[in-house]
Write a protein of this length. Sequence first.
Length: 446
Amino acid sequence: MSTPFKGAREFFPGIDRIPFEGVGSDNPLAFKHYHADRKVGDKTMAEHLRFAVCYWHSFVNAGHDPFGPGTRNYPWDTVGEHALARAESKLDAAFEFFTKLGVPYYCFHDIDLAPDADDVATYEKNLKHMVGLAKERQKATGMKLLWGTANLFSHPRYMNGAATNPDFAVVARAAVQVRNAIDATVELGGENYVFWGGREGYASLLNTDMKRELEHFARFLALARDYGRSAGFKGNFLIEPKPMEPMKHQYDFDAATVAGFLFRHGLEKDFKLNIEANHATLSGHTFDHDLQVASDHGLLGSIDANRGNAQNGWDTDQFPTDLYDTVGAMLVVLRQGGLAPGGLNFDAKVRRESTDAEDLFLAHIGGMDAFARGLEVAHALLAKSPLETWRSERYASFDAGAGRDFERGRLSLADLHALALAAGEPARRSGRQERYENLLNQYLMR
Ligand code: XLS
Ligand code: NI
Ligand code: NI
């Protein structure tokens, strides 16, 4: 296999379609656990996991950080001097990568796909051109778009926010990109549309009318929804919570905050959540905590799969390799009956020191294997182990008698008082956390 497109240059020579070889294989460019067609329960691994590769970390950012420039030489960035020609070869590289890796989905921001421009007409022309090409590539490869989004945080005009900017002119300018990114998503059959509010927040309350900014935010989201529906978008709109970075405080702080906001503004039918592992940990929660909060509100729409670093307090966006994380995540996903139309998007980047083209494959293979194993273990825990029985037994006192009456709203506080007097001091019942932890390890090490 070279490249899937006639006439296109090959950007990852020497790497073919990544095969499944199983745990016995020492081939670094092979899957050990992810076997797209293997059934886990009643669905295949591919159907459960719905993997997506993100455009920005893998094909746009070459490894720059606040202390220095990029370290990777992207061959697609040096082809031709015109921005549009570079965007075209980037598209070829991206689709070559997706195809060789064997993922079904990808995600992008408007200005990952096409060159940005201050002049609206040029921006729109660039995006339309690239969307047309992406559509051809999707047709040729069978790739699908998990979600599209607009980058409303990089351009200096958004330094004080986009939809929550104190200047109406900026709010209106943000709508240009959102409208175009929704159109692009519809044109490419995207199954979701994401809002990550990178600059929707504040640096100081002294100069900020938080209440007014949040009302603007809700209004803007409702307008985007109405536009999207009128343009034929049937998928979920997704809000991606993050507590900080780049802003000191971001309004979409965590799943609980966004759930409250969506219900308060009547947006919960059209908007769900896209939970990112490293954002959950930045907000002081675990990954599975924020997934569970989202799921319990009926709002878990999709996942940005990555991991943070226990020692660093920022969004390191590492590839997910921690099996406890992936088991915990897949327990939530399986318990809610799946993630579709969402998926697992690798919003993750190779380290700045990882400069070989091959590293991008290795990183994704590792993440896919970690989630495939997490899926197998979570499924076995739910289907074969005593986990669910143990957990429901902890609540058995609510299944009958007075406990059930309490759950059904049939008892008063005075009734509880009388029942407690009659029953005497409750017996102590162990929470048995260690037994659960050992059970998880038993299934993980099988
Ligand atoms: C940044 C976010 C971003 C969103 C898309 O921290 O994770 O990459 O997923 O705008
Ligand atoms: Ni992030
Ligand atoms: Ni993200």
